[in-house]
Design a protein around this ligand. Structure first.
Ligand code: BES
Ligand code: ZN
Ligand code: MN
Length: 509
């Protein structure tokens, strides 16, 4: 395990005349025909005209994703040797997410730069911090001869001129929370980016235990013998094809607040998904190293809840297994029994396709999570290729009980993670009836596969629990080039969605 990624050293400044290598400014697109670009409100009056003019000369239009760097115009009064303009779109519709993305673009453009300052913080401080740290993220633990030649941006000073000591204190708190949030997203990315030969279920559990304990969580790790003896048929069934046995990890943040709501989190932790005996085609199979993205996000989120001291109780229940084909693997046609805990447990399942393994390990964990009688249950998983067919690679599908599903999807959009509410059409339920058991793990009908997986999980949610299921098959792993603050590989989605939900529950119940 390498040292955790921390990103540029973040400081606050009220002095843009101080010497630095680059000043990052936000660029708004022109408001109308013939109008010119404008700069964010943090840029000092004397610099606005000359900097905007020079940026425009080099083609800056203020479009999202754009980065234009100039030598600082003489007489502008700025201490930076260069100015980097990053696009924000139209000023009247600027969002925190636009700032987060622009800060990410800036961090990537400033590779190799020792120290920069930015005025983006004058629009949204937390978004500027999160975007800069996450845009600078990289994962180089396994590089030797191909190690990156340039260091990531070394330090970033954020423009902030609080009028009083009380406000200054608030500003420092905002920066610290944003830094911790970005750190949690980076941790989830690290887990996803760690290759599957290294991150076995046992290793994953050990790392979760170490990090959780360090953060002050109560942590329990259950091994394959415990799981077998206690009827976790889904986790055992999926894990038994691998020489590296499965685990169940439980991490608990106890807020100590009287009457605090209790939120259960569950995340799919398949450390590698070959498909099992229903083996996947070779092309692209290496991407199944990301099949523990849900578990990674859930572990990072419960650690973050403790670090932020959120006034809500959070229990993460995380099943971990490797889905392999072998002479000990489960077969298509096998019948297993899901965890028989209180509530909706003990359901028998005909495993028709061993590649629909996520729902099998999640069902056990969800029944276990519901035994604690939580107020809310959020599960998240790289569950179905059908998620990407329905919504593309950057939009998580959110299912569950209607009100909570809509609340989670809306909060997800508010933090730029784009969750979208999806239905459970009633006709899908009959498709997972089995010839021999209570349920089949797949439907003979190939349409609406993301929804069918959700309908399967619904069978395991205790009555009265408000539930949201977030399918992040595409959004958890970026197979394309970097954009905004999203780098290649693990993205850390949906850590910030779950954080937003925890905060909202802490505030509104
Ligand atoms: N881990 C996969 C889903 C997945 C696919 C995630 C692509 C990320 C990218 C999951 O275990 C799986 O194999 N699902 C099957 C379900 C099918 C057998 C009903 C799928 O989507 O094909
Ligand atoms: Zn899978
Ligand atoms: Mn699978």
């Amino acid at each position: 395990m390498s040292t955790p990624f921390t990103g540029p050293a973040i400081t606050l400044t009220d002095d843009l005349a101080a010497a630095t290598d680059a000043l990052v400014v936000g660029v708004y697109s022109a408001a109308g025909d013939g109008a010119s670009i404008t700069l964010d409100g943090g840029v000092p009056e004397a610099a606005r005209g000359p900097v905007a003019e020079a940026l425009a000369l080099l083609g800056a239009e203020g479009k999202a994703g754009e980065a234009v760097r100039i030598a600082t115009p003489a007489g502008s009064g700025l201490g930076a040797t260069t100015v980097l303009g990053v696009g924000l779109g139209a000023e009247e519709s600027v969002t925190p997410e636009a700032v987060r993305r622009a800060a990410g673009v800036a961090a990537r453009a400033l590779e190799g730069v020792a120290a920069a300052a930015t005025t983006l913080s004058s629009i949204d401080l937390a978004a500027a911090v999160e975007g800069a740290i996450l845009g600078a993220y990289r994962f180089a633990e396994f590089r030797t001869t191909s190690a990156p030649k340039k260091a990531t941006l070394g330090a970033l000073a954020l423009l902030s001129a609080p009028a009083s000591e009380a406000l200054a204190e608030e500003v420092r708190g905002t920066v610290e929370q944003a830094r911790l949030t970005a750190g949690a997203v980076a941790l989830a990315r690290d887990f996803v980016n760690t290759p599957p030969n290294v991150l076995s279920p046992g290793e994953f559990a050990d790392r979760a235990q170490r990090l959780g304990t360090d953060a002050g969580l109560e942590v329990e790790v259950f091994d394959e013998e415990y799981l077998d003896a206690n009827g976790y048929g889904g986790i055992v069934g999926v894990g038994k094809g691998s020489s590296r046995p499965p685990r169940l990890v439980r991490l608990r943040h106890v807020s100590g607040v009287d009457g605090a709501k209790h939120v259960a989190l569950v995340g799919k932790g398949i450390t590698f998904d070959t498909g099992g005996i229903s083996i996947k085609p070779a092309a692209g199979m290496e991407q199944m190293t990301s099949d523990m993205g849900g578990a990674a996000a859930v572990i990072a989120t419960v650690i973050l809840a403790a670090q932020l001291g959120l006034p809500v109780d959070v229990t993460a229940t995380v099943p971990m297994a490797e889905n392999m084909p072998s002479h000990t693997a489960q077969r298509p046609g096998d019948v297993l029994t899901q965890y028989p805990g209180a509530g909706k447990g003990g359901i028998t399942v005909e495993v028709i396709n061993t590649d629909a393994e996520g729902r099998l390990i999640l069902a056990d964990a969800m029944v276990r999570a519901c035994e604690d009688e939580p107020d809310y249950l959020i599960d998240t998983a790289t569950l179905t290729g059908a998620q990407m067919v329905a919504l593309g690679t950057r939009t998580p599908g959110v299912m569950g009980t209607d009100d909570f599903r809509d609340r989670v999807a809306e909060l997800s959009r508010s933090v730029g993670e784009n969750g979208w509410a999806m239905p459970f059409p009633e006709e899908l339920r009959a498709d997972i009836n089995s010839r021999v058991a209570d349920l089949a793990n797949v439907s003979p009908n190939r349409w609406g596969g993301m929804l069918t997986a959700g309908v399967y999980l619904k069978e395991f949610v205790a009555d009265g629990v408000q539930w949201a299921h977030i399918d992040v098959a595409g959004p958890a792993f970026n197979t394309g080039g970097p954009f905004g603050y999203i780098t290649k590989g693990g993205t850390g989605v949906p850590v910030r969605t779950m954080l937003a939900v925890l905060r909202d529950i802490a505030q509104r119940g």
